[in-house]
Design a protein around this ligand. Structure first.
Ligand code: DAH
Length: 335
């Protein structure tokens, strides 16, 4: 018959070296101690029962200590700066499959690549900006109703989550001024995430992507712009396209236009089915002036295009909300 003290010594030693200390508590030795109760004289039973219960409490505490030690050991051996396959930590911490690029990231790279091959510099747009870049520098007068078309989010400090990538125009033109004066031109695109206070549905999102283009020189024309945009669309969709424009109002361009392509038959289009792809136009003299460039000497064109719309047409995606949904079934189609 084992004494309580023997059982304590044996189990405490097992717990201290076990990787699964809680299993030790299931040991038959504890049950055997309880089994001995019935063989004791009635007056001994209560003291004995209490001693076995005290042993159980002590063993529980030993298990908790051991488990804490094992957890610490995992933290100490996991090098969070190392690639996953270098760590020898518990299997459940290892990724089971590798992630892939989001379709918008992938397509944005294609778009940026086409424009950089045409000679445009590419910069990422800002995701937080101010009233001057969002409106003032773009010829939106204070309190002008045209501002309503760009309803977005503001911080308490008055900063703005930009509703379009046109916020970059003033910076781009200012930064390129020296180039113009040296006889060169400005050719730049900015791309990035923009935000609108929208009721979300299949064609409206509060968060989406745009690509903005700015070209300024001493002889830029609307014809140059149409050539650049046609080349871009034909390159992106890999085929010849019919294009047209119609008047559009944007305070930062004059004339302002909407640029349309005829939906290609290869993408399910019928003849005469026109799709509005972007806004564009000749940069308004006030926008050049705000950036310190003399509109008497220089002129330019600009455009702004929603990236999701480009991608949806290319792949026949019917609902804009898929992009921000994080659904793996959707994302895996673009691997
Ligand atoms: N910023 C406009 C929008 O989000 C699009 C746009 C129109 C950009 C005309 C331009 C432009 O640069 O010239 O609706």
């Amino acid at each position: 018959m084992q004494s309580i003290e023997d059982v304590r010594n044996s189990l405490v030693a097992q717990i201290a070296t076990s990787d699964t200390p809680r299993e030790v508590l299931k040991s038959g030795e504890i049950k055997a101690l309880y089994g001995q109760l019935s063989s004791l004289a009635p007056e001994e039973r209560s003291a004995y029962g209490k001693a076995v219960n005290d042993l159980k409490v002590a063993l529980e505490a030993a298990v908790a200590d051991r488990e804490a030690m094992l957890d610490d050991a995992v933290v100490q051996t996991l090098d969070v700066t190392a690639p996953w396959d270098v760590n020898t930590g518990p299997r459940e911490l290892l990724p089971t499959e590798q992630g892939t690029q989001h379709p918008l990231t992938k397509e944005l790279e294609v778009v940026v690549d086409i424009f950089t091959r045409m000679g445009f510099e590419a910069v990422e747009s800002r995701q937080i900006d101010d009233d001057f870049h969002m409106f003032g520098s773009l010829n939106f007068p204070e309190n002008h109703p045209a501002r309503d078309g760009y309803d977005t989010f503001r911080t308490e400090e008055g900063l703005i989550a930009p509703a379009h990538t046109s916020t970059m125009q003033n910076r781009i033109i200012k930064a390129g001024k020296a180039k113009l004066e040296a006889g060169g031109h400005i050719a730049s695109i900015s791309y990035g995430r923009v935000f609108r206070n929208e009721d979300v549905d299949a064609t409206h999102e509060h968060t989406f992507y745009q690509v903005e283009g700015v070209f300024v020189s001493d002889k830029a024309t609307l014809g140059d712009m149409l050539g650049v945009l046609r080349s871009f669309f034909e390159s992106y969709y890999g085929q010849a396209l019919q294009i047209k424009t119609q008047p559009g109002y944007f305070p930062f361009v004059e004339p302002g236009l909407e640029f349309l392509i005829e939906k290609p038959a290869a993408l399910g289009g019928k003849p005469g089915e026109w799709l509005e792809m972007m806004g564009c136009g000749m940069i308004h003299p006030n926008v050049l002036k705000e950036a310190g460039v003399d509109p008497e000497k220089y002129q330019g064109f600009a455009w702004g295009c929603g990236v999701e719309r480009l991608v949806m047409l290319k792949y026949g995606i019917e609902d804009l909300r898929h992009f921000e949904s994080g659904k793996l079934g959707f994302l895996r189609k673009f691997v």
